[in-house]
Design a binder for this molecule. Structure first.
Ligand code: AMP
Length: 813
């Protein structure tokens, strides 16, 4: 299927001049699929090849929407030894590398077919054969490569009362990389009763977009699900590349543009038109300062780049240790910020908002509120006034207390700052059900289709499935279930996570779709994160990402944490295992619970201060006296950074928790993981400052990471400068390679043992011979992954340096 012509037209139109519209990118990105085959779209006979001809049969039918379709069916369940093949026509792959095959089928439950026990099957096999051109009509089984055995899903919607329903199953399989011009798909039936309702074959593209004044062409996604294709942009007319900062974007396997780097800028004499980010408000002016309020005014920014619909002022107490931002919004060019403390220094910043989004915050303005009035002297001398004031104040306080108590118990309103959305602890609700329904949507169980179990949660199984809300497209979801036989407390604790998650709305915080509390099982339905938890995901893809990709993941986590800390939510259990990753490598913070929920983290252990704590991830003050704040979350974030840069290595390796606590107290910190840019390790060390006031805030962390992504040169690491340490902590010596008895030992220590045979087969049997290897030698062993080449080379360089230094061996560098 060709890209939508509307999208193409958009792209062409906005190319003129140094002018952009944000919507262009979105419109052009809408459809990412290029369809190579869609059996449903064909009304005439498909004429695929069936062998033997008594097997699969082409039949006209109706799909689930009663649209006429062509289907293939086979149902030879009465006879044993079935081997029925069905082959599609030849599919030319074009420029695709990674092909998606979506099958829709119904499969008859063997138990519903009396008298067929033993012969009937409930699966079929999917194959493909790559060729450069069409081949004959004979199916040569040996030439086909098996993709998978396809089974029907377990259905929870299957009728009770013994009634069995035919259910449409959808399965997706991915094949690639493909090297020939085209391929055939084949379906092998070995004795099932199947109707193949539709077959759709497609690949994904990132459609041409314009970003940062550069155009990026249509780009076919890479062959691996984790591959990002780097694409150079071309400046639009009247724009030119910024010096040493040429525009690049990355096309993800899902057909989405990610990680923009560099940009074009308008040539001298031109300026950017259209809905770009509004420019800064150049100055904030204090109009009136009172004890508890400050009136501010400002001018519209010089380049509004659209209609400014709103301004946002953020402010915080200058001397506050844990910086809590509050915000106030205004539609005009002035605002009064109320509810301030007297005699307190505040810092204010403002930014403008247009349809294209927020601009950047302007310069800071520091204002100290006035002292409390000294009028108390006169009241001191007038007992009647004092009594009146105390009586009135007392009555007001009493009314507030009573009213506040009632409201607090019923609705748990926790208004912290004007204009700021604040997290509300569900524990403050007398009735936890009320909390759940205040923050989470009650879903009808019939909208949820559970497909398969994907993990074990602390309260029951975690499943994947689909959610189909009326009038909306169905979406993939994760479903947490509460196991049967739960206690009331377990039910409350289980739903507590939904009461917390339901308060958040941020692209880097996992999104709650809703809950099912009025049926069984009790369920929490969450957006589906295809790649599961971050720690396992990184371990599975050890060495396979670029530094920019890793930093992109870290940036996402920091942005999610900035949002949570701005809301006043302290996570307490931030760790890679509690971050989920979706198919676009977007990382989202998850695992919300009250403090006691940490008790269920397998990493949490009892400490002398009481309660269970995941020691390796926790700041010293939180371990010592349970002082959990956003700053202790920043410490944990530093550990997550280390986990990410070391591809899921266990922080502090196999040291005991007690040794970790002792070492940290003595001032030791984790060293840089291998190939970690020094700037990133410095940021980790900043997060692990002993005094929590010295740690960066999440807002600053996001800013630092953004800068690194924009200037990738800062992320370059000279090979061998930053190596995987074998003695664990920062101030200890570099690894002693003399302790390795063999090349195998060494490869195991750097987790590259999979290449043992490559080394021995080519004669690298001693560490001395390995220490002489160059990058070309490493490549010649057949080690193709760049991450692995770097990892091995980096360790060899350290080994070489150490041999020279410690043993004076004659290794030539
Ligand atoms: P949890 O109880 O949140 O620790 O979840 C247990 C496991 O289920 C996690 O480690 C994930 O592998 C998986 N899981 C949880 N939530 C999701 C989700 N939203 N998407 C995909 N997998 C999930």
């Amino acid at each position: 299927m060709a890209p939508s012509s509307a999208a193409r037209l958009w792209t062409t139109l906005v190319l003129h001049g140094c002018c952009l519209l944000g919507a262009a990118a979105a419109a052009a990105q809408n459809s990412r699929e290029v369809i190579l085959l869609d059996s449903k779209a064909q009304q005439t006979e498909l004429e695929w090849i069936s062998s033997p001809s008594t097997g699969w049969e082409e039949i006209s039918g109706l799909d689930e929407n009663y649209t006429p379709i062509r289907t293939y069916q086979v149902c030879q369940v009465m006879e044993s030894n079935q081997n029925n093949w069905l082959r599609t026509n030849w599919i030319e792959k074009g420029d695709a590398q990674r092909i998606f095959v979506e099958l829709k089928f119904t499969l008859r439950d063997c138990n519903s077919l009396p008298g067929v026990v033993g012969t009937c099957k409930e699966t079929f096999n999917l194959y493909y054969q790559e060729t450069d051109a069409e081949v004959g009509r004979n199916i040569r089984e040996s030439q086909y490569v098996k993709i998978d055995t396809i089974a029907a899903d377990e259905s929870f919607t299957q009728g009770d009362l013994g009634e069995r329903k035919m259910k449409l199953n959808t399965e997706l399989r991915i094949i690639g990389p493909l090297s020939r011009r085209g391929f055939y798909l084949a379906f092998q039936d070995v004795g099932a009763c199947i109707a193949l309702v539709s077959v759709k074959v497609y690949y994904k593209k990132c459609w041409s977009i314009i970003e940062n004044l550069a155009t990026f062409p249509d780009t076919v996604t890479g062959s691996e699900f984790s591959s990002l294709v780097e694409v150079e942009g071309t400046c639009v007319s009247d724009a030119e590349e910024e010096a040493d900062n040429s525009p690049k974007m990355h096309c993800s396997a899902e057909g989405e543009w990610l990680v923009p780097i560099g940009k074009c800028i308008c040539k001298a004499g031109f300026h950017q038109k259209g809905d770009a980010s509004p420019s800064q408000v150049s100055e904030l002016i204090k109009e009136k300062v009172q004890q508890r309020s400050v009136q501010l005014s400002w001018q519209e920014p010089e380049q509004p780049n659209g209609v400014i619909t709103e301004y946002e002022i953020k402010y915080y107490e200058k001397d506050q240790k844990d910086r809590i931002y509050s915000t106030v919004k205004s539609k005009s060019t002035s605002a009064t910020v109320n509810n301030l403390k007297p005699s307190t220094a505040y810092v204010f910043q403002i930014r403008a908002f247009t349809a294209a989004g927020y601009g950047t915050f302007g310069p800071r303005l520091e204002v100290t509120t006035k002292e409390e009035p000294s009028g108390t002297a006169s009241t001191e001398q007038n007992p009647v006034i004092i009594i009146a004031v105390v009586a009135v104040a007392g009555t007001i306080i009493l009314v507030f207390m009573v009213f506040g108590f009632i409201i607090g118990r019923r609705y748990a309103l926790a208004v912290k700052f004007p204009g700021t959305k604040t997290y509300i602890d569900p524990e403050t609700y007398e009735d936890p059900n009320r909390a759940v329904h205040q923050f989470a949507k009650e879903l009808d169980a019939s909208c949820i289709k559970i497909e398969r179990v994907i993990g074990a949660g602390e309260f029951g199984e975690v499943c994947s499935g689909r959610l189909k809300l009326p009038g909306k497209r169905d979406v993939p979801v994760a479903i947490k279930t509460l196991k049967v036989g739960y206690t009331e407390k377990q039910r409350r604790d289980f739903l507590c996570e939904a009461s917390i998650m339901g308060q958040f709305d941020h692209p880097n915080v996992v999104h709650l779709e809703g809950v099912v509390t009025r049926g069984k099982p009790v369920m929490i339905v969450i957006e589906y994160m295809e790649n599961g938890s971050l720690d396992a995901f990184l371990r599975k893809h050890d060495g396979q990402f670029t530094v920019i990709q890793l930093v992109g993941m870290l940036r996402g986590i920091a942005a999610g944490m900035r949002y949570l800390s701005d809301m006043g939510y302290v996570h307490r259990d931030l760790a890679a295992r509690n971050i989920l990753v979706n198919s676009n490598l977007v990382c989202k913070v998850s695992d919300f619970g009250l403090s006691r929920v940490i008790d269920d983290d397998p990493e949490a252990v009892y400490t002398t201060t009481g309660g269970k704590i995941p020691v390796r991830w926790t700041a010293t003050e939180a371990i010592q006296y349970r002082k959990f704040t956003s700053s202790s979350d920043v410490w944990s974030y530093g550990i997550v950074m280390w986990e990410v840069m070391s591809y899921g290595e266990r922080p502090y390796w196999d040291m005991s928790n007690q040794d970790v606590i002792k070492a940290i107290e003595e001032g030791y910190r984790l060293p840089a993981p291998m190939d970690c840019p020094p700037g990133l390790h410095q940021l980790m060390l900043d997060c692990w400052q002993k005094d929590r006031a010295d740690r960066p805030k999440f807002d600053q962390i996001v800013g630092i990471l953004d800068k690194m992504i924009r200037n990738p040169n800062t992320l370059k690491t000279p090979l061998g400068t930053c190596t995987r340490p074998i003695s664990p902590l920062l101030d200890q010596n570099t690894p002693d390679f003399a302790t390795f008895r063999s090349v195998g030992d060494w490869l195991e220590a750097i987790k590259m043992e999979r290449y043992n045979d490559n080394f021995t087969a080519t004669g690298y049997s001693s560490l001395e011979s390995v220490a002489r290897m160059t990058i070309e030698d490493v490549m010649s062993l057949g080690i193709t992954l760049v991450g692995h080449q770097k990892k091995i080379m980096s360790s060899i360089q350290t080994m070489r340096a150490q041999m020279l230094h410690l043993h004076g061996t004659g290794v030539q560098v």
